[in-house]
Design a protein around this ligand. Structure first.
Ligand SMILES: [Zn+2]
Length: 319
């Protein structure tokens, strides 16, 4: 079983980030983000008022994975993460789903909004997963929670959305109060965040079905240094955000992901990542933005998932 203590800490950090977000001025924070990479005293001062947004919590793979035609977890872990058939699959299919027009001030609103996007994402990934030889019909069960802690088959997780694959079944847990809190700060930001976090967690489902998630955890456990273990975690998490971006990008004309919602989505992906003083397990803000946009902009390329091969990237891109 995985030690969950640091994830509990991450949950606390997520709550702290929310508290920070409630008081920060979004336009200023965005201006800081879009300014040059040369960090002047002025932008550094602005950046400290904008705590990183949470990417989401852990993604577990415990026990067996549903066996598709071609996915076998008997391949070497390097083969599974770096040379997976997923990277040769074609474009993600637009689901042509529309965004649900609903207030996410309430749990019911979050459920309506996220459930629709979840169904859309399932439809979008079916063909690439089939091409990868994965058990593409297997859907995760979507669970919303509002208590501080969710007790899943993969363990107890606090105040964050996460993915759990356990003995052939999978779950996506959405921590609804986080999204409701964002709504109180900015409804458009909340829509962008809810869209991204659902797509990111579904990205973990794609990793799970293709054997990548389990192989990545096996690699992480096998590394002898903490630094190498954290880099493995970042490759896994940044890929999930890239796959998330790919599904959002594939359907951008229909959702639609444009205008103010697109601006806020860019803000979300450019400001999500590891927080100062916490484990470096999800990636820097810069790299999170890079991979999320790589997925989003890959929607017309020959292979979409192939653009999300974080295991084929230099360490600086997964820092
Ligand atoms: Zn994740």
């Amino acid at each position: 079983m995985v030690n969950l203590s640091r994830y509990t800490l991450r949950g606390v950090a997520a709550a702290a980030a929310l508290a920070g977000l409630a008081t920060m001025a979004l336009p200023n924070a965005q201006a800081a983000q879009t300014s040059s990479t040369t960090q002047t005293a002025a932008t550094a001062a602005t950046a400290t008022t904008a705590d990183p947004l949470p990417v989401g919590g852990p993604a577990f793979s415990i026990g067996s994975v549903p066996q598709g035609d071609a996915v076998t977890t008997k391949s070497s872990t390097l083969n599974l993460v770096r040379y997976n058939r997923l990277y040769k699959t074609g474009p993600v299919t637009p689901s042509k789903c529309k965004e649900v027009n609903v207030s996410m001030r309430t749990l019911a609103g979050v459920q309506a909004y996220v459930s629709q996007h979840f169904r859309c994402t399932y439809a979008e990934w079916a063909l690439p997963l089939k091409q990868a030889g994965a058990a593409y019909k297997v859907a995760p069960k979507l669970v919303f929670y509002t208590a501080a802690t969710a007790n899943s088959y993969c363990g107890a997780v606090t105040r964050t959305s996460f993915f759990c694959g356990y003995n052939g079944k999978a779950w996506i847990y959405i921590y609804a109060p986080e999204i409701m809190s964002f709504w109180g700060s900015s409804p458009t930001l909340a829509r962008a965040y809810a869209t991204q976090v659902t797509a990111h967690e579904y990205g973990h489902h794609v990793q799970w079905l293709t054997g990548i998630l389990g192989a990545s955890w096996a690699r992480q456990r096998a590394f002898s240094t903490y630094a190498a273990q954290m880099e493995e975690s970042r490759r896994r998490e940044l890929q999930a955000s890239c796959l998330g971006g790919a599904s959002i990008g594939a359907n951008k004309r229909y959702y639609p992901m444009s205008g103010g919602l697109y601006t806020q989505w860019l803000y979300v992906v450019n400001n999500s990542g590891d927080q100062p003083g916490y484990p470096r397990d999800h990636g820097s803000l810069k790299n999170h933005g890079f991979w999320s946009k790589a997925g989003f902009n890959a929607s017309r390329s020959y292979t979409v998932a192939g653009n999300c091969n974080t295991w084929n990237a230099n360490s600086t891109y997964v820092a």
